[in-house]
Design a protein around this ligand. Structure first.
Ligand SMILES: [Zn+2]
Length: 301
């Protein structure tokens, strides 16, 4: 009898341990490594990219003479969408054109305005507590940012909320840069492209960096980064809403400043068209490198 009890205890122990082990493996903490989907990316499991042309349809953004950042970014986004749209492995959503927001977002910003503000406030409150307790360290930003207006904040936090709710695999924000200078009718001193990714403590940091490096390496083949050297124009940032400030985005995100708005190449119709096409082509090549690499890892598994 005693033996039976001892054996029962041992068996129960083994079962309990096995249960705990299985449970632990299912609740493993997010490591930030690229999430491998259970099946390779294909026409039935497309890689979903949300392209967000920076600023609004009629306001915000850099301009030089009659060239507006908010228009250029739409053209680059449309070029990317056309190139990747031919491949059924990809699903592309462009957030706006030069006239209006994509109805998905126009409706979302209107119908969920209060929910977006609550989402923003809750995340900011949680984030403040994390900073206070020392769990999250505040890191100074590398780039200069303009403060978002209330409307822009609703749009940007709304995009983050929507992306998290809608299985987006990657969010790309497209921008063109400008330099502070006295005479804005003359070109400024800076040139080249820059990229921003979430700061390393963010939940979406690691995958964002891998994708960003792939895109950076392709852009570098045709365009110069602002600062030469090893990823010297790829900046981690904690406060850009677009990248998920205050933990508001779990999906990988990259913000690209493709060029300075006053660059000579953008000042002629022909030069501009070619440059915007090439920016899209290099971005697409980088994304394809990333997707092909996760697909090959999936096939090995
Ligand atoms: Zn911008």
């Amino acid at each position: 009898m005693k033996k039976i009890i001892i054996y029962s205890i041992i068996i129960c122990g083994i079962v309990a341990l096995a249960f705990l082990f299985i449970r632990a493996s299912f609740t493993k903490k997010e490591t930030g490594l690229p999430a491998l989907s259970p099946v390779p990316i294909s026409a039935t499991h497309p890689f979903t990219i949300l392209l967000v042309p920076g600023h609004d349809t009629t306001t915000g953004g850099a301009h030089f003479n009659d060239i507006y950042e908010r228009d250029l970014v739409v053209e680059v986004a449309n070029n990317i969408s056309t190139l990747l749209g031919q491949d059924q492995k990809y699903k592309i959503i462009v957030a706006r054109d030069t006239q209006t927001w994509n109805p998905i977002f126009a409706d979302y910003f209107t119908n969920y305005k209060q929910a977006i503000l609550d989402f923003k406030n809750e995340h900011q409150a949680t984030y403040k507590l994390l900073v206070k307790s020392g769990e999250e360290k505040v890191v100074p930003d590398m780039g200069e940012h303009t403060l978002a207006s209330k409307t822009t904040a609703i749009e940007l936090y709304g995009i983050n909320k929507w992306a998290d709710e809608n299985n987006v695999d990657l969010v790309i924000h497209l921008h063109f840069n400008n330099s502070n200078r006295k005479n804005i009718t003359l070109p400024g001193p800076h040139s080249g492209f820059d990229m921003f990714i979430p700061e390393k403590q963010s939940v979406n940091a690691a995958t964002s960096r891998i994708i960003a490096e792939d895109v950076y390496n392709e852009l570098k083949k045709k365009f110069s980064p602002e600062a030469p050297g090893y990823y010297n124009s790829l900046f981690e940032d904690q406060s850009l809403i677009a990248l998920g400030a205050s933990g508001t985005l779990t999906k990988p995100a990259v913000l690209i400043e493709y060029d300075y708005i006053y660059d000579k190449i953008l000042q002629t119709d022909m030069g501009q068209k070619q440059a915007l096409e090439q920016m899209a082509e290099q971005t697409v090549a980088g994304i394809q490198n990333y997707v092909n690499s996760i697909n090959s890892k999936n096939l090995i598994q």
